[in-house]
Design a binder for this molecule. Sequence first.
Ligand SMILES: Cc1cc2nc3c(=O)[nH]c(=O)nc-3n(C[C@H](O)[C@H](O)[C@H](O)COP(=O)(O)OP(=O)(O)OC[C@H]3O[C@@H](n4cnc5c(N)ncnc54)[C@H](O)[C@@H]3O)c2cc1C
Ligand code: FES
Length: 277
Amino acid sequence: MHNETFVPTLATIEDIRQETPDIRSLRIVLDDEGFRQNFTFKHGQFCLISVFGAGEAVFCLASPPLWKDFVEITVKEVGKVTSAIHDLEVGDKVGFRGPYGNSFPFEENFGRNIVFVGGGIGIAPLRPLIWQTLAERHKFKDVYIIYGARSVSDLVYKEDLRKWASRDDIKLTTTVDPGGEDEAWQGEVGLVPQILEKVSPPTDSVLVTCGPLVMMKFVFLSARKLGFDPNDVITTLEMKMKCGVGTCGRCNIGNKYVCRDGPVFRLAEMEKLPNEF
Ligand SMILES: Cc1cc2nc3c(=O)[nH]c(=O)nc-3n(C[C@H](O)[C@H](O)[C@H](O)COP(=O)(O)OP(=O)(O)OC[C@H]3O[C@@H](n4cnc5c(N)ncnc54)[C@H](O)[C@@H]3O)c2cc1C
Ligand code: FES
């Protein structure tokens, strides 16, 4: 068993997609065939990727479990390990451990409207849940996706966005910050929380959100203002982590370990935690 231990398993980079100037997605194949065939995870879980000579860092699993035989991660270059990942090429080896953490609720939302609200690379943890929701589309009422980035070139998953835009069973709204639009831009211009208020989805929906902390704080305020129940507003948190399995104490907020008790939390739960995130 590789998950629940600190021992990474070897994996090979099968494909690399440059999403934006500083964000790339990697398709990773676990080398051990037995482990690969039995490997599964839930939407919202994360993994740790190690680059030899550079170290280990945490990334959400950004492809849905229904895409078999590989996983995707989407990595923003911010420091030592993420820069080393940006230097990797197809065929290179990394260490992989996981999956870790809890997951987004899924079955309990059958029959409801779902609203996904993402900002920048923050759509990465929502992506598996979006694709799973679309695979079982008939089990949900309306599906809204509101996604924004600072500028057109900062939007990730442009191919996914094209696919979602072409479907008439998704209400997709894309937005960029004022000044981030180009001549060809046909989406909204405005900050994600403002666009959420403009779209004003039904407040008996489940709202799942992830993005920069400042965006999420305003999304929570907008959701409250629109009348959403804080039990129906769900997010995933990014605290600094080391072990990933609840032993090092690096990621705690109050008495919760984000790696073990999260990273997925409901707004109702977060409102009871110290404001340390
Ligand atoms: C549950 C979880 C899921 C994540 N998913 C993704 C993902 O899908 N894609 C992605 O690009 N990143 C993700 N991150 C953040 C990622 O783990 C950090 O960016 C990475 O560890 C930075 O490592 P580094 O060695 O490149 O940076 P360092 O050299 O260690 O630091 C560079 C800068 O990044 C900051 N930093 C380091 N770790 C974190 C962190 N955990 N959160 C925020 N800032 C940090 C440091 O304070 C510093 O300013 C996730 C983090 C968590 C906890
Ligand atoms: S990362 Fe070690 S306790 Fe959470």
